[in-house]
Design a protein around this ligand. Structure first.
Ligand SMILES: N[C@@H](CCC(=O)N[C@@H](CS)C(=O)NCC(=O)O)C(=O)O
Length: 230
């Protein structure tokens, strides 16, 4: 036995919630370390050039980065690789890629799609995350509403769907894959369930979450996933 594993994360980072949901499901003893959103590179400098969260450090002091490989690592190390071995490996890989390619992109527009939404999200983030007094205000009033709001609006326009419609379509596409079973993985959740759950859960502290709440099948699955956490 070495040190207690740590997970460096941002409270509002969707990728971090993929990993954290899995550690909570497995009932792991992990110390969650909230980094300062304005100093991510510095705070995870111990993990080399990566410069992003999440970063997981195991009992042996070795770190693992990048949420999807990190989930696969946790399953292999702390769960006997049970999730990776569930069902068709190719299907699992395809849908992990699908979630990373599509769902992460849908998250930014829903949180920052209009200037009003961007400002609401940003002030909420500045309350949730750890910032210094000045950066807190700077972050709330200047940074994200302008930068991300503009990027998100461009993306939404190009797609032609509202951020809500986009999320609903993704949840439908995903739950259609369950084939009447409780989870994507079948009777039990697999890595795709946890990736999708992490993305969805990262929106839950924000008022925009109500836009997802009328996706009935999606929410039934979401609550079921909540029930698998320890
Ligand atoms: N592909 C990575 C993406 C991680 C990522 O982009 N994290 C963001 C926070 S949501 C970050 O740390 N960004 C800092 C930066 O890019 O400077 C993953 O899945 O873990």
């Amino acid at each position: 036995m070495g040190q207690t594993p740590t997970l460096h994360m941002l409270y509002t980072c969707p990728f971090c919630w993929k990993v954290r949901s899995l550690t909570e499901h497995l009932g792991m003893d992990v110390e969650y370390i909230g980094v300062n959103g304005m100093k991510i590179k510095k705070e995870v400098a111990f993990a080399g050039d990566w410069g992003k969260v999440p970063v997981f450090t195991g009992e042996d002091g070795n770190y693992v980065v990048d949420s999807t490989p990190l989930m696969i690592h946790l399953d292999a190390t702390y769960n006997g690789g049970k999730m990776a071995a569930m069902g068709d490996a190719e299907r699992q890989k395809k849908w992990l890629d699908w979630a990373d390619a599509n769902v992460s992109k849908a998250t930014v527009p829903i949180l920052y799609g209009t200037l009003g939404a961007a400002l609401k999200t940003t002030t909420r983030i500045s309350k949730l995350e750890k910032f210094g007094f000045f950066s807190k205000r700077l972050y709330a009033w200047a940074g994200f509403p302008i930068m991300w709001g503009i990027i998100a609006r461009k993306r939404v326009k190009k797609d032609g769907r509202t951020p809500k419609q986009l999320w609903h379509d993704l949840l439908t596409e995903f739950t259609d894959q369950h084939g009447g079973k409780p989870f994507f993985g079948g009777a039990e959740p697999d890595l795709v369930d946890f990736a999708m759950f992490g993305y969805t859960r990262s929106i839950s502290p924000f008022p925009q979450f109500k836009l997802l709440e009328d996706h009935e099948k999606g929410m039934v699955w979401y609550q079921r996933m909540m029930g698998t956490l320890q």
